[in-house]
Write a protein that binds this ligand. Structure first.
Ligand SMILES: [Zn+2]
Length: 327
């Protein structure tokens, strides 16, 4: 097998315990993509990669997957993998220090300087975890070591990979990233019930997560709620534009659907953040949806929002997603 075949073989065959190996493979591939080919080298030269550099990337992947979607990364729901616990505690510090509760992309978070000490500690701890759990295990498939990938001495702070291998990864990076993201998604399907996992995995490769404007839903919501009552506190929203709130968290659904959208005060909406709705709220939303559908039909509206609302009611989507997002 050539290097690329072996690399893809490792990705496709690795076991389903947790997603560490995918983050590791992704980090090394990213370094290959960034490798400056204008440097002078022989293909047989060895390039040193610091585990610290890999840890910083691994931290970023888990930071975003956790902050935006709270994805579970192992089969044990009670005890998350060490790296995820480290990331969660860093997120907590970040939110406590900045009071920014809304998810933010890593590059915009400025966490490296805002939480300098905690960030540095997190990197040290992730390096430790990578040493014990990933660096050499990555090369083992069903008890056998795959040779010719990289050189790593147990407990060392860096690994060595040939320029030739880096160039192969760089040249084939699209295929390699696809393979990693696909396997990562397959794993997450075993640990998570939330929909759109492949989109959630892919999104961390993009510069920003675009949250679409919800204004177009306003006129529909208003049909059933002309007095603009806040869904969360029940009072009239009179001195501000109502915000549009996802009853089942956006982080879970990763989608904007009329059946899940209501008016709320800005303050009520932001203080709630990603808290799971109560059963009473779910009942109110179900009732609202039926009333809204009736009103839309009476007014002769025939667009896709009507059919989507109908499908949501027929299939009990509110309740189904509400139940599964608690699991
Ligand atoms: Zn309110």
């Amino acid at each position: 097998m050539n290097f690329l075949d072996k690399w893809l073989h490792i990705i496709r065959s690795c076991s389903y315990d947790n997603t560490y190996k995918m983050s590791w493979a992704k980090a090394i591939t990213e370094i290959a993509v960034e490798y400056d080919t204008t440097l002078t080298w022989k293909v047989s030269d060895l390039i040193e990669i610091q585990l610290e550099d890999l840890a910083k990337r691994v931290l970023r992947y888990y930071f975003e997957q956790t902050l935006f979607f709270d994805l579970k990364q192992s089969s044990n729901p009670v005890k998350p993998p060490v790296v995820v616990s480290i990331v969660k505690s860093l997120i907590k510090t970040y939110q406590d220090n900045t009071t920014i509760m809304k998810p933010v992309k890593w590059y915009k978070s400025n966490i490296e300087s805002l939480c300098k000490l905690e960030y540095e500690k997190a990197i040290r701890d992730i390096v430790k975890a990578l040493k014990t759990d990933v660096s050499y295990r990555f090369l083992r498939i069903e008890g056998k070591e795959i040779e010719g990938i990289y050189q790593y001495e147990q407990k060392a702070n860096s690994l060595f990979i040939s320029v030739e291998s880096l160039l192969i990864l760089k040249k084939n990076s699209l295929v390699v990233f696809d393979a990693i993201n696909y396997r990562w998604t397959q794993m997450l399907e075993n640990f998570n019930t939330s929909p759109r996992l492949s989109k959630k995995v892919r999104i961390i490769d993009e510069d920003q997560i675009r949250r679409k404007p919800l204004g177009k839903f306003s006129s529909y919501i208003k049909l059933e709620n002309p007095g603009c009552l806040c869904f969360l506190c029940g009072k009239t929203i009179d001195s501000e534009t109502p915000t549009i709130d996802h009853v089942i968290p956006w982080s879970y659904l990763y989608s904007d659907d009329l059946w899940n959208l209501v008016f709320a005060h800005q303050t009520c909406n932001s203080s709630k953040s990603n808290v799971i709705a109560s059963e009473e709220m779910i009942q109110r939303l179900e009732t609202r949806n039926k009333l809204l559908l009736n009103l839309m039909e009476q007014q002769g509206k025939l667009d896709k929002h009507v059919s989507e609302l109908q499908i949501a009611i027929d299939n009990n989507l509110v309740r189904k997603f509400w139940v599964s997002c608690q699991g």
